[in-house]
Design a protein around this ligand. Structure first.
Ligand code: URA
Length: 267
């Protein structure tokens, strides 16, 4: 039998290997073989006469996220300031991603700004520091904004999802649905005059379709906020640009178009 010290060393080495491979969140105690074929569906039984059987429960997550979406709308609608919105979100327990996240990542920048940027969801650095876009993609976003004379004193930045999804996975549609009332309220409370959407998630959420950013970037849209119509420009997400630097040319063109719009609006 392996002695405890050797087993401990082996466990540590295995953990180091997993951390190197990108694992940074534990979401369960037992391993799951996600490559195994799904279990065969239960055969449909003829309904017997007698007491009505209870409806089979929905998977807990889907059910609770659906309830979360229903709870979010009245909660968000009641908020009359950013402080109230943050407080409502701090107390909002509808999404399981908050269990694996370190903290809520609410926003950064100037709440009085005329320009608002909406990204996808916090990553590891944002989760640690509690501010959006502070990692590598945030540094690139800052450089993109800087190139057209903007910075975090003249811009307000938030995300579609305000807790880090485990392992930086893409937010699920149920999570986006549950967060959407908060995002809409966030926009209403900041009342920006123009918006940049970093990546397809914010675009899909706000305009209600499955956006392909390669098709949509650089195409102006109009968002109906409580304070009026806001011109919105979707951009390649900076994280995507870091992986595909050849697309920075298009991103630069988009930033110039955004600058031209701000000039036109006198902002
Ligand atoms: N990506 C995002 O979409 N938002 C962040 O805050 C960080 C990375």
């Amino acid at each position: 039998m392996t002695d405890p010290a050797t087993r401990f060393e082996a466990d540590l080495a295995a953990l180091a290997f997993l951390a190197d491979a990108g694992l940074d969140v534990i979401i369960g105690d037992t391993p799951v073989n996600r490559l195994a074929p799904p279990p065969a569906p239960e055969p449909v039984r003829p309904v017997a006469a007698g007491p009505v059987a209870a409806t089979p429960a929905m998977p807990a997550e889907a059910g609770s996220e659906r309830e979360a979406a229903a709870a979010a709308a009245p909660l968000a609608a009641r908020c009359t300031s950013l402080a109230e919105l943050r407080q409502a979100l701090e107390g909002f327990e509808g999404l399981s991603i908050r269990e694996t996240a370190t903290q809520l990542v609410f926003a950064d920048g100037n709440p009085e700004a005329k320009v608002m940027v909406v990204g996808e969801a916090p990553g590891r650095d944002e989760d640690r520091l509690g501010k959006p876009f502070v990692g590598e993609s945030g540094k690139l976003l800052d450089r993109m904004l800087g190139a057209i004379g903007l910075d975090r004193t003249s811009v307000y930045i938030t995300n579609t999802i305000l807790w880090r999804p485990p392992g930086n996975r893409k937010p699920t549609p149920a999570e986006v649905d549950a967060m959407l009332p908060f995002l809409r309220r966030h926009i209403d409370l900041v009342a920006p005059k123009a918006m940049l959407l970093a990546g397809g998630s914010a675009l899909s959420a706000l305009f209600g379709f499955e956006a392909r950013i390669t098709r949509e970037r650089g195409r102006w849209r109009e968002y109906q906020a409580a304070h009026g119509t806001v011109p919105v420009l979707p951009l390649f997400h900076p994280a995507y640009l870091l992986r595909q630097p050849s697309l920075k040319r298009e991103a630069w063109a988009d930033m110039l178009a955004f600058r031209a719009k701000l000039d036109e609006l006198g902002l």
